[in-house]
Design a protein around this ligand. Structure first.
Ligand code: PMP
Length: 460
């Protein structure tokens, strides 16, 4: 096939249908629905499809396009770097300017003590890297028994063998004989589902103590690390009560368990802070960064390593036999620097915290007040969820095990606003550049979609 000959949308969709296996997709069901929607442009918070429809992206792609689509500064940074030095690596005593600068910049933005960066391409790879570093660390410390990892149900940490095992998504475990041995899961701080009328702060402490109970059950001498997202994203935007993370800090400290904050979604301003660790006072030994680090313009991830681990690995570890061809690829690193520069210059972190985050939340609350399907609206910064219920008082769910969330999502998609259905909730995480007018538009379309869902269910 001539790769340069022009192809119309129908030809492209046909090719896609025949040859592209989509991620996280039921290929048979997609074909039965007529194939995928072809997206052709992005600008700000707006996408355009091949039919010319403008779609408001309430999910910032996959929670990643923090500065919005089509920013010339990022394209120019990539272009310049591609011409200056398209690739070089850091394996054998070399480095490049964007990598050195980005490592320094991340150390400056991160909480104190996280002063070293190891680069990879995806969140999954970064979490795999952490699993290897943690195991190596405890071996170096002469405590080879400390190998177990603890994480939460509904946690999401990626799709490689180790990162799927870290995650707590049952359907993913089901397909690959996972989790691997040595990966354990405890309850999430999911107040809406689990608190059952308990005071939220007391519930936060209770959920944290589930981690302590698991450590004691396994024996602290066998537990290597606990990993958690500051706010659990792909598992349904589970926002912990403020009491949760301080208690986790204490538990990890007391039992000598390393603490990993997976900041892949929460990092780079999404919560109104540079990192979720700063919002919740988390004292991590590692942070996982990806997505917002380049606003999704190019693939890049980083592991931020805390000083006590880094010093041991450096002083006693010798060569670390780990790295990817593209660990510290100069082009995505140059884009990351330009992206961070934009976030700083446009004051986006503060804007999320003091302006657009609270504004969007208020607008959702006003528009959905008393809506028969809405059991809760929760958000922090520019990430949030609307819980869909059958009975607002008892929080009884609709039958169908998450089908209603997908119905609502599909209505949103037809109404040209992208939100995500996770079990029976509708989730949002728009670009941090969302304007007030765009927030109003997003809320209006979401309200319409929930009304249509309610009508389908005979609830309106
Ligand atoms: N950690 C978290 C918290 C994530 O949300 C994701 C992706 N959604 C990952 C890790 C995995 O990142 P990637 O898809 O880039 O491998």
């Amino acid at each position: 096939m001539d790769t340069h000959s022009p192809l119309g949308p129908d030809a492209l969709k046909a090719l896609d249908g025949r040859h592209h296996l989509h991620p996280f997709t039921d290929t048979k069901a997609l074909a039965a629905e007529g194939g995928a929607r072809l997206i052709v442009r992005g600008e700000g918070v707006w996408l355009t499809d091949a039919a010319g429809e403008r779609i408001l992206d309430g999910m910032a792609g996959l929670w990643c396009v923090n500065v919005g689509y089509g920013r010339a500064e990022l394209a120019e940074a990539a272009h310049r770097q591609l011409l200056d030095l398209s690739f070089y690596h850091g394996f054998f005593k070399t480095t490049t300017e964007p990598v050195a600068r980005l490592a320094g910049k991340l150390a400056e933005l991160a909480p104190p003590g996280l002063s070293r960066a190891f680069f990879a391409n995806s969140g999954s790879e970064a979490n795999d890297t952490i699993v290897r570093m943690v195991r190596h660390y405890w071996n170096l410390k002469g405590r080879p028994g400390k190998k177990a990892f603890i994480s939460r149900t509904h946690g999401y940490h990626g799709t490689t063998m180790a990162s799927t095992s870290l995650g707590g998504i049952g359907v993913m475990h089901g397909q690959g004989d996972l989790p691997l041995p040595g990966f354990h899961h405890v309850m999430p701080p999911y107040a809406f589902e689990l608190a059952q009328g308990m005071d939220p702060e007391a519930f936060g402490r209770l959920a944290a103590r589930a981690v302590e109970e698991k450590i004691l059950e396994l024996g602290p001498e066998n537990v290597a690390a606990f990993i958690g997202e500051p706010i659990q994203g792909a598992g349904g935007v589970i926002i912990p009560p403020d009491s949760y993370w301080p208690e986790i800090n204490r538990i990890c400290r007391e039992h000598d368990v390393l603490l990993i904050a997976d900041e892949v979604i929460c990092g780079f301003g999404r919560l109104g802070h540079w990192f979720g660790s700063q919002r919740y006072g988390i004292e991590p030994d590692f942070m996982t960064l990806a997505k917002g680090i380049t606003s999704g313009y190019l693939p890049l991830s980083a592991v931020m390593v805390g000083d006590r681990v880094a010093e041991t690995l450096i002083e006693e570890g010798g060569e670390f036999y780990h790295g990817f061809t593209y660990s510290g690829h100069p082009v995505p690193c140059a884009v990351a620097l330009a992206n961070i520069d934009l976030i700083e210059r446009e004051n986006l972190v503060e804007r999320v915290r003091t302006d657009i985050g609270p504004y969007l939340r208020r607008r959702f609350e006003e528009a959905l007040e008393g809506h028969p399907l809405v059991g809760e609206i929760r958000s922090q910064g520019l990430i949030g969820a609307i819980e869909i219920v059958k009975d607002r008082r008892t929080r009884e769910r609709w039958p169908g095990d998450g089908k209603v969330g997908l119905m609502a999502r599909d209505h949103c998609f037809r109404n040209n606003v992208i939100m995500r259905g996770i079990r029976d909730s509708l989730v949002f995480a728009p670009p941090l550049t969302l304007s007030h007018a765009e927030a109003d538009e997003m809320v209006a379309r979401a309200r319409l979609s929930l009304d249509q869902t309610a009508r389908d269910l005979g609830a309106l």
